[in-house]
Design a protein around this ligand. Structure first.
Ligand code: ADP
Length: 218
């Protein structure tokens, strides 16, 4: 299975698409956001620094991210293909990733850009509520999986919470960082001939388009 890199603004649907691909095709999912959030929970100097930076929506330093990514890429569950979600996030990381791939002897695969209008992204972010128990995502501002009972998970009845960086202020920073730092990567991968851009805002439609790409390439 071809490896996939998702490049998309916050809340464009990388996580949702990744979950579906994991379930259906057995892809491993490597989300640097998830890895960093779990590191931020540690009771240490690094944990506290990360927690502060994440809640402001600022990027974490490249060296910390490289260490986390290299550690994850050395694990043995990647032979069936993996999805990179949240990495690379700037041009330096994209160049470093080429080196990492050479060292570990794996293929770049395909790069999928998900394009979504900013007003939709903002609603998805500020309305997002996640279940503490099962991780299911809900939204109180869009019509997609709105909680039937306020604060309670539709799937398992667990309590819903809001991610520390899912507020308007942090969204502004994350979106601007995406435009300034992450978008230049698109050109980098376009020149390599591995870039595909999808523009649907409907998760099912997006998934179908991704599956068509996967089938073309296997
Ligand atoms: P989103 O794409 O919605 O912003 P993520 O879960 O991918 O959410 O990332 C959350 C935060 O984790 C980012 O705002 C950033 O602070 C940090 N982060 C994730 N990946 C990287 C990376 N590759 N380089 C630097 N910081 C990162």
């Amino acid at each position: 299975m071809k490896n996939i890199i998702f490049i998309a603004a916050p809340a464009a649907g990388k996580g949702t698409a990744s979950e579906a691909l994991m379930e259906k095709y057995g892809y491993a999912h490597i989300s640097t956001g998830d890895i960093l959030r779990s590191m931020a929970k540690e009771d240490s100097e690094l944990g506290r620094t990360l927690s502060d930076l994440l809640s402001k929506g600022e990027l974490i330093s490249d060296s910390i991210v490289y260490e986390a990514v290299e550690k994850r890429l050395s694990m043995p569950d990647l032979d069936n293909g993996y999805i990179l979600d949240g990495f690379p996030r700037n041009i330096e990381q994209a160049i470093k990733y080429d080196d990492i791939l050479k060292n570990i002897g794996r293929d770049l695969g395909i790069v999928i850009e998900l394009k979504t209008p900013v007003d939709i992204l903002k609603k998805r972010i500020t309305g997002r509520r996640i279940c503490k128990e099962c991780g299911q995502t809900h939204n109180v501002l869009t019509n997609v999986n709105a909680p039937k009972v306020e604060g309670i998970c539709n799937k398992c009845g667990g309590t819903l919470y809001q991610r520390g960086d899912d507020n308007e202020e942090s969204f502004k920073t994350r979106y601007q960082t995406y435009l300034d730092k992450t978008l230049p990567i698109i050109d980098y991968y376009r020149k390599k001939g591995v870039l595909y851009t999808l523009e649907s805002c409907d998760p099912n439609e997006t998934l179908k388009e991704i599956e068509a790409l996967i089938n073309d390439y296997n």
